[in-house]
Design a protein around this ligand. Structure first.
Ligand SMILES: [Zn+2]
Length: 322
């Protein structure tokens, strides 16, 4: 969760009414026969944030306006990849918006790591969303991404419904959450397979020449260990260290950043998508990371757990955000 003190208005009223007018469409018999799929476009992110052209156009008919991600696609579950209307409406390319020009590379320095895994969890009580973007440290391109909605383990169905309605309902993505969410334990199994496939990790080990990048310490210092306890799991060894981008920001620019929004404002990066939709926050944090790399920052581990007493975290930068 990329905390910030700035409230972002989302989902204008005119769209809320258009959303409710779409609902009967979702209940047509034809649509109900297709499960689980992108049953109707409301299911994907409905953020209306307009911004500079970002999405690569596939055809002259395709406008280059910003469009929300298909959240079935991000989880490997979109079955409408041959539907031109769906493709026109939802973004199915996670890397297009994070593509940089060669001209932006003049200050970049060589990094100690080959890949950055930008992670921004959602969910205060239990983890609800687990999005990771894999960024190449040299080219700064998005190599791949891993995104799952997470179903709480210890909550009643009633509580889950209220919780999801409150959090994702207002972003218009509660249905896709219900269609796709799986327990944290399964998410971690799939994430480990994904990391192994990219040679980032081998069973039982730490990350290979890669590190998690988070906005703050909360995700890996607090939330993952809490969720591991709830889910009856041991804390995996690859979560033992991380890079808190806010500490790098403070030490590189000599300015305090309270959150993602502050960093984006100061660096004049426009916000894309819905704030507090994890996959969108992850992309926005990745854009801050890219800017810091192009400005010449060196990304180093900022926090590490003691291998003998993992509950103790050592912070490696003297100047840091507390
Ligand atoms: Zn799709």
């Amino acid at each position: 969760m990329a905390f910030s003190r700035v409230a972002i208005s989302r989902f204008p009223l005119f769209l809320q009414s258009s959303v409710s007018s779409l609902i009967p469409f979702s209940l047509s018999p034809f649509m109900l026969s297709l499960q689980p799929i992108c049953r109707f476009s409301l299911s994907a992110s409905l953020s209306t944030q307009e911004s500079t052209p970002l999405v690569e156009s596939a055809s002259p008919r395709t406008s280059n306006r910003w469009k929300p991600m298909c959240l079935y696609y991000t989880q490997g579950k979109c079955t409408k990849m041959d539907d031109p209307i769906h493709l026109e409406r939802f973004n199915h390319n996670c890397s297009g918006e994070l593509k940089l020009n060669a001209a932006e590379f003049k200050h970049i320095r060589s990094q100690q790591l080959d890949f950055f895994l930008v992670l921004d969890l959602e969910g205060k009580v239990e983890i609800l969303e687990f999005p990771v973007l894999m960024i190449d440290a040299k080219t700064m391109d998005v190599v791949d991404f891993f995104h799952r909605f997470v179903r709480p383990t210890e909550m009643s169905e009633k509580r889950i419904n209220e919780y999801i309605d409150g959090k994702y309902g207002k972003l218009g993505v509660d249905r896709v959450w219900h269609d796709t969410s799986i327990p944290f334990k399964e998410v971690i199994e799939q994430f480990e397979a994904w990391m192994a496939q990219h040679h980032l990790w081998e069973l039982g080990g730490h990350l290979n020449r890669a590190a998690f990048v988070t906005c703050g310490n909360w995700d890996l210092k607090t939330k993952v260990p809490q969720q591991c306890k709830v889910s009856g799991m041991k804390l995996p060894p690859y979560f033992m260290e991380w890079i808190n981008l806010k500490d790098i920001y403070l030490n590189f620019y000599k300015r305090r950043a309270t959150g993602m929004i502050t960093m984006m404002k100061e660096l004049q990066i426009s916000l894309l998508g819905s704030h507090h939709l994890g996959i969108d926050d992850t992309k926005n944090i990745a854009r801050v990371l890219q800017r810091m790399l192009t400005d010449g920052a060196l990304l180093q581990i900022t926090a590490r757990r003691n291998p003998d007493s993992p509950e103790n975290v050592e912070f490696l930068f003297k100047n840091r955000i507390r």
